[in-house]
Design a protein around this ligand. Structure first.
Ligand code: SF4
Length: 72
């Protein structure tokens, strides 16, 4: 059976929250019986939900400012 797992791929200090945040990748691993390689499904910031509640735009991972990517 295929398995979906969130994995940390990068940790950076974020100026918006003044602490470390993790960029996470959702991976889809196929069943052991299939020869398919793992697939990347999506990305998110570990603090993205909290940053969505800020009054000001923050970054692309909170979905409020597509011009700022603190992990770049
Ligand atoms: S969602 Fe954006 S602003 Fe918020 S902690 Fe993550 S990288 Fe920083």
């Amino acid at each position: 059976m295929a398995e979906r797992i969130w994995e940390v791929c990068k940790v950076s200090f974020c100026d918006h929250v003044k602490r470390a945040a993790a960029l996470e990748t959702e991976m889809l691993y196929p069943a052991d019986t299939l020869p398919d390689p793992p697939r990347v499904l999506s990305h998110r910031c570990s603090l993205g939900m909290q940053c969505n509640q800020f009054a000001q735009p923050t970054c692309i991972w909170a979905g409020t400012n597509p011009d700022v990517d603190p992990f770049r």
